[in-house]
Design a protein around this ligand. Structure first.
Ligand code: HEC
Ligand code: HEC
Ligand code: HEC
Length: 106
């Protein structure tokens, strides 16, 4: 019994940090919760692994590497800052287009 417990603890302590590391790309999934709009989920995995964007494409020119370090708001995005540097209808879908609100706000 005691030996089994030790074995389980050893296996868990080895497996958990590695699996957590393997699933997390960059800063992982970040949820923004604006007061008067539905939450926005930003996926590092979709931007980095699927679209091949480099960390340096966003950090530190557009975003710091701490969630909440930038005061992101919709009017700045619409003017082409933050997400709007790419989500302008050229590099990625346009944040100003009414059809696209729900692609970020879910
Ligand atoms: C498409 C843009 C983009 C790319 C590419 C990107 N990030 Fe991020 N990252 C963000 C945004 C947005 C935030 C949140 C910034 C804020 O809220 O002020 C963030 C935050 C982070 C955080 C902090 C997470 C937290 O919980 O506070 C880390 C760590 C991070 N990124 C690492 C990386 C690494 C490593 C890469 C490359 C593998 C990368 N990022 C690529 C946009 C990007
Ligand atoms: C590319 C992703 C994206 C798209 C597309 C987008 N938004 Fe946002 N929106 C955000 C982010 C990120 C925030 C800031 C979240 C926070 O407060 O931290 C935000 C915030 C907001 C807010 C909160 C108040 C403010 O000014 O920050 C409102 C309202 C809003 N968006 C409306 C809209 C509408 C309407 C559309 C469509 C025309 C839209 N958004 C499209 C990402 C997006
Ligand atoms: C460096 C450029 C860049 C920045 C900055 C950027 N994106 Fe994107 N994003 C892309 C590209 C490229 C795609 C894929 C093309 C498309 O779908 O139009 C994409 C796709 C997405 C998608 C669809 C894929 C998914 O995750 O479901 C969402 C949602 C999204 N971005 C949200 C955001 C939000 C929120 C921000 C700001 C916090 C942001 N993006 C900042 C380039 C960027």
């Amino acid at each position: 019994m005691k030996r089994l417990t030790v074995a389980v603890v050893v296996v868990l302590s080895l497996a958990v940090p590695f699996s957590a590391f393997a699933q997390r790309v960059g800063g992982g999934d970040l949820t923004f919760s604006p007061k008067n709009a539905s939450p926005v989920i930003f996926s590092h995995e979709k931007h980095v692994s699927d679209k091949g964007l480099k960390c340096s494409g966003c950090h530190y020119q557009i975003f710091q590497m701490t969630q909440g370090s930038n005061k992101i708001d919709m009017s700045r995005i619409t003017k082409g800052d933050f997400c709007g540097k790419c989500h302008n209808g050229q590099k990625a879908f346009d944040a100003k287009d009414e059809k696209n609100c729900v692609r970020c706000h879910r």
